[in-house]
Design a protein around this ligand. Structure first.
Ligand code: SAH
Length: 344
């Protein structure tokens, strides 16, 4: 397979342009076309001799939109097609202030959480930084955005995959998507959601990243969490709390705990008290989510009344808490419903 140009940072593009014997100013032109999702033949201000030579050895894009599904709530699910025929999913959620795009970081997932569709057939492969970037580029392009007029304001790394299980590519992706010569996003507008891989949380902080860290907690009772999230056996709650606090201290960013409410599993007053303890000692916000049903899994959401009671227990314990609205349930685009597909 050809090398993928969205995997290249600006310095590498400069080197490439230099190797092809072109003047340096061509590098920015080329880099911007790539970040706008434009094909070689449409890079109109570049000499044809250059784009032809480039296309012999490189692909300008590694992601295309194979299909999109529009939900009643106006969110859109994209089926992104990769060069090897794998399909991954992403969701665009419209908000009055800015669009939020949810991207995948792996094809499949090896975490195998009890409530989630993404891990059902295991991990197929990691995405490269340029493929993750390609999801953003093609969605932005698809809705008429550009570099100067970017139509995606916020990103969430919450699609299929465990971002911290693909740490190097995800970290590089964050550098690419925040490059002022490219899409120029800010890490302040990016959330990374993890099932809590403790050593990688420290690394994220130590590498100078400052994304919003969302930890999928789902239970603050060790046995229950172990049952829901197999990876938590190696990442106990006490260690997660320490790592989350460290992340806050390094970045100054409040940490988010994601908490799916599952009937009779994690929705009691006792569960709320344990959760409140996990949220004490440094700034944490809890996002409650009603479980979205996944047909292979026999877990149910709790009732709305139980959810409201759970939220009140938490706020009575002085925990900052909101209930998160699920987008795209009717198009199987909601949290936990994204899964791997393949064509060809
Ligand atoms: N692996 C990462 C990111 C992917 S999941 C993580 O675990 O955080 C993104 C979010 O969707 C997580 O909070 C995850 O726990 C949640 N989720 C997964 N399955 C769900 C379901 N069936 N209903 C509601 N949320 C779900």
């Amino acid at each position: 397979m050809k090398a993928l140009l969205t995997d290249f940072d600006f310095n590498k593009i400069k080197g490439l342009v230099h190797d092809f014997g072109e003047p340096e100013f061509r590098a920015l032109q080329l880099y911007q076309w790539i970040n706008r999702g434009v094909s070689f033949e449409n890079m109109s201000n570049l000499p044809k001799t250059l784009t032809e030579k480039l296309s012999e050895n490189f692909d300008a894009s590694g992601v295309s939109i194979n299909k999109n599904f529009v939900s009643k709530d106006k969110s859109v699910k994209y089926l992104f097609e990769l060069r090897d025929g794998n399909l991954i999913e992403g969701i665009l959620m419209p908000h009055s202030y800015a669009n939020t795009l949810c991207v995948s970081t792996q094809v499949g997932c090896r975490m195998n959480c009890a409530f989630c569709a993404s891990g059902i057939s295991g991990l197929e492969r990691n995405l490269t930084c340029g493929e993750i970037l390609g999801e953003v580029i093609s969605a932005n392009n698809f809705i008429g955005g550009d570099l100067k007029n970017r139509k995606i304001g916020n990103l969430v790394l919450m699609g299929s995959g465990e971002p911290l299980d693909n740490y190097d590519e995800v970290s590089e992706f964050l550098k690419l998507v925040t490059d002022p010569n490219g899409l120029n996003m800010s890490e302040r507008n990016i959330s990374l959601s993890t099932c809590g891989l403790v050593d990688k949380i420290y690394r994220l902080a130590d590498d100078g990243h400052s994304v919003t860290l969302s930890i999928s907690l789902h239970s603050a009772v060790e046995d229950v969490r172990n049952e829901l999230i197999p990876a938590s056996k190696a990442n106990p709650l006490s260690e997660i709390k320490k790592a989350a606090k460290y992340y806050f201290e390094k970045t100054g960013r409040r940490v988010i705990y994601e908490y799916i409410l599952i009937k009779d599993k994690n929705d009691s007053r006792y569960d709320a008290e344990k959760l409140a303890y996990m949220a004490k000692g440094f700034p944490v916000h809890v996002n409650l989510i009603m479980l979205n049903p996944v047909k292979e899994k026999n877990l149910l959401p709790c009732s709305l009344r139980t959810a409201q009671k759970f939220q009140k227990y938490l706020s009575d314990l002085n925990v900052s808490v909101t209930m998160r609205h699920s987008f795209g349930v009717d198009i199987s685009g909601a949290c936990g419903q994204l899964r791997r597909k393949y064509i060809h």
